[in-house]
Design a protein around this ligand. Structure first.
Ligand code: HEC
Ligand code: HEC
Length: 217
């Protein structure tokens, strides 16, 4: 009898959690970001480093213009520092910058930056462009390095919701992120997808592919 009651209680609890998870999913779908509200924050705060429309003037600050909203939101959530815990993505600057905003505001910001048009960079190193392109399009089968294009698309536009746009980004930023994934200082990639890629790359390959990606639009 006791056992029966317990299993009944458990299945009831499971049904309740399933229901509430479902209900909050529905809430998320309804809560689309408002780009105009996002612009109000972007033009007073984020503008200092990311430019008025997410086309950052300096290479240390990544371009946000035209990035997928889902990816932007995920990064902002990952920069948040839960009380007493390490943030999922560590950045001395962004961990502080994002602290003031709640999920609704982060959605608004994501909607705003996603709706802007990226001004892409260009590849600058003729000597490595061929290697960069080969790695991007085909990877390196001999060492099990997958093609970047498989996840980020042939033109670097990414695939929402999971795979970010990387084409046109500053080479310096791309290089720093790849090294971060390789060393594990950036570890917020689902299923270690990027850490498993970057660990197979040499410095020279990272440099070549980052330069190639800057010119990929
Ligand atoms: C003082 C400069 C500065 C300000 C102001 C700033 N950022 Fe950033 N942001 C950075 C830097 C630097 C990085 C790269 C962090 C890293 O290397 O991991 C970054 C990264 C990001 C990323 C991740 C981009 C990617 O491609 O993964 C997002 C999203 C972002 N910022 C959003 C914002 C928003 C929204 C605001 C305004 C509320 C803002 N930032 C204000 C400097 C800044
Ligand atoms: C198996 C799929 C997969 C492959 C293959 C892959 N990536 Fe990624 N990449 C991802 C995912 C997923 C993310 C987003 C991680 C996150 O959520 O923070 C990402 C993120 C990135 C970022 C960070 C973007 C930003 O704005 O901060 C860079 C740079 C990047 N990838 C470059 C590459 C390069 C270069 C290659 C090829 C050498 C490659 N990726 C291959 C899945 C992949």
């Amino acid at each position: 009898m006791k056992r029966f009651q317990l299993s009944y209680l458990l299945s009831f609890l499971c049904a309740m959690t399933a229901f509430s998870a479902h209900a909050s999913d529905a809430h998320k779908v309804v809560a689309k970001g408002d780009a105009a509200r996002g612009q109000a924050i972007a033009s007073t705060v984020c503008v200092a480093c990311h430019g008025p429309d997410g086309n950052s003037p300096l290479a240390v600050n990544p371009k946000l213009a035209g990035q997928h909203a889902e990816y932007l939101l995920k990064q902002m959530m990952n920069f948040k520092t839960p009380e007493g815990k390490q943030p999922e993505r560590v950045s001395a600057i962004m961990n502080g910058m994002i602290a003031a905003y709640d999920e609704g505001q982060m959605r608004d910001l994501s909607a705003y930056f996603a709706a802007q048009t990226q001004k892409g960079e260009a590849a600058t190193n003729k000597a490595t462009v061929e290697l960069g392109q080969k790695l991007y399009r085909a990877g390196d089968q001999a060492k099990g390095l997958p093609a970047c294009a498989a996840c980020h698309g042939p033109a670097g536009a990414g695939m929402p919701a999971q795979y970010p746009r990387i084409g046109g980004q500053f080479a310096e930023y791309t290089e720093a992120q790849l090294k971060g994934f390789r060393e594990g200082s950036r570890a917020n990639d689902p299923n270690k997808m990027m850490r498993m890629v970057a660990i197979k790359m040499t410095d020279a390959e990272i440099k070549a592919v980052s330069d190639y990606i800057a010119g990929l639009h």
